[in-house]
Design a binder for this molecule. Structure first.
Ligand SMILES: [Zn+2]
Ligand SMILES: [Zn+2]
Length: 267
């Protein structure tokens, strides 16, 4: 049986308070190969690392989300660096820009750049969160791919033109269950068509963005199979083929150069 590797999860969320271990164990015994627990704040980055250390097929990313760049302690970079000493940390993230609701552009840009410098010094790939900020994000990606950094744009919601700019830079593109929502289908479908198969990744961003038929419910990694099914229709492949391709891409993106841990089980 093929299992799916979920590249972006938030199992530290309170939505899992009552049954976290039971759920994760069930998923890993089922059709989920493993997952990356992604940090958003210092506290949640630490939780992501702890979670990853508990389950062999789980990994972690540490970073400060653009919504959480205010009131950081002056030594936050050293704290992140300390977390990254865990052999389960495979990326910096999620970091980036979010020009939505109330925000301070200057502060977001400053913290984003500081974390990109950290990613470079630690030689870690980066999970990007970008919302309503694509052109500024792209400038950073252009600058830092030249310096050798590797990126994935997670929860991708831009158009097909944006995909082409990213593909030129070799930036990976990751889709959540949102690609299967009825209302943004056309833009998302056209964007997905343009993503080269070798740059495609799967994620849930759980507990959010459960794909139909689970829309509005608490999401978990097993539901990424429905996202894969939707992408398979768009790409005219089988769901298993899409899952295998995305698993291989995830191994190459997150695990290559990851020399202090074990690779997730090949499935
Ligand atoms: Zn995000
Ligand atoms: Zn996320």
């Amino acid at each position: 049986m093929i299992k799916l590797f979920d590249t972006h999860t938030h199992y530290d969320d309170s939505a899992y308070e009552d049954d976290r271990d039971e759920l994760i164990t069930r998923l890993l015994n089922g059709n989920v190969a493993g997952f990356i627990a992604v940090g958003c704040t210092l506290e949640r980055s630490e939780k992501a690392v702890r979670l990853a250390e508990k389950y062999p097929p789980a990994y972690a990313a540490v970073g400060i989300h653009p919504q959480d760049v205010y009131n950081l302690p002056p030594n936050y970079l050293q704290i992140l660096e300390k977390f990254a000493e865990s052999e389960k940390v495979v990326a910096l993230g999620e970091i980036g820009l979010e020009y939505f609701r109330k925000y301070d552009k200057t502060q977001q840009n400053k913290i984003f750049r500081e974390q990109l410098e950290l990613a470079q010094s630690l030689n870690l790939p980066v999970i990007i969160h970008s919302r309503e900020a694509f052109s500024d994000t792209l400038e950073f990606l252009r600058e830092y791919t030249l310096k050798g950094l590797k990126f994935v744009c997670h929860c991708f919601s831009e158009d097909s033109e944006a995909v082409l700019s990213l593909a030129e830079l070799g930036v990976y593109v990751s889709f959540t269950g949102a690609i299967a929502f009825e209302k943004n289908t056309e833009k998302a479908v056209n964007a997905c068509k343009n993503v080269p198969l070798e740059l495609l990744l799967l994620e849930t961003d759980c507990p959010y963005l459960a794909p139909p038929p689970f829309r509005g419910k608490r999401c978990d990694s097993s539901m990424a199979w429905y996202t894969a099914q939707k992408i398979a229709q768009i790409k005219k492949r089988t769901t298993d083929e899409i899952v295998e391709i995305c698993n291989d891409n995830a191994m190459r993106f997150f695990m290559k150069g990851h020399n202090h841990g074990t690779r997730p089980a090949e499935t």
